[in-house]
Ligand binder design. Sequence first.
Ligand SMILES: [Zn+2]
Length: 324
Amino acid sequence: MSLGAGTARSVDRTPPPGKAVVSGRIALVGGVALTLLLVATAALTPLVAAAQDSLRVFISVDMEGIGGVGSPSMTSTSGKDYATARRLMTDEVNVVIAALRAHGPVSILVNDSHGDHQNVLHTELDPAVSYIQGSIKPLGMVQGLDDTFDAAVFIGYHAKAGDPDGFLAHTGSGSVKGLWLNGHEVGEGGMNAAFAGMHGVPVILVSGDSAAAAEAAAYAAATVTTKTAETPSSARMVHPREVHRRLQAGVRDALERLDRGDARPWSVGAPVEIRMRFQSPTHVDILQSIPGMSKVDGYTVSYTAADADEAYRLIRLMYRFVQQ
Ligand SMILES: [Zn+2]
């Protein structure tokens, strides 16, 4: 992983001139060859440099914490103003991409992470980024994130299930009442940060409502607040233009921390004991079919996974694909 965004960029890769020139015809042929070599080198050098020096950033984007999204129906495909929420979500992603680009060469993967993972108006994204759409993927909100990345950014996030100060707070789905990884209570952001941390990738920025931002302070280098919950399903908004300004400043701050080495991967260690508390005891009973799963009490299961990667896959399976 390259941590800095500029250490190798100033290196001059042009070969020393003149060595091919000997005498007479050979010198001419050598000169032509040298010219062609120099032209080819000049053409390739920026590509090689970009490939070697680009920062690799993974972006996961949820919808509840996007600026301008202030009601449950905005986050639902059948709800009033869902189209507006998609627009706001897309605009925020592009603001973050532009702010990352302003810092230097960057390679970006965007993973849609809300609902059916088909929300961002991807044809309107910066065409240079890669984008993952669709929700049938074992790693869900962190699909595509691996140890080739230098940093992760979580946009539009919400607080964990049960946070009384959170807007639309939940963990995975409404069936989950609590999630603990080796004793740390986490929401979606913490679970994703633990996965990133296992791969040596620091979370440099998280945006969301004030409770989501407070929660993220435990694992992220910088946070941006986009709104404050009035109640669990209503919010006191920050205007999207002000949110964009905060995101631009937040990206700058986060990248400076990354450059200084102040952004560290967040680890819960290994192995990972998962504890998951559900709304329904029937859910817990069904999960006993998984080898190694134990019942802590009528609403809570426990499983010890080898690492955060295995833990992530199992957690996603338990809340998303196992129904009561
Ligand atoms: Zn969501």
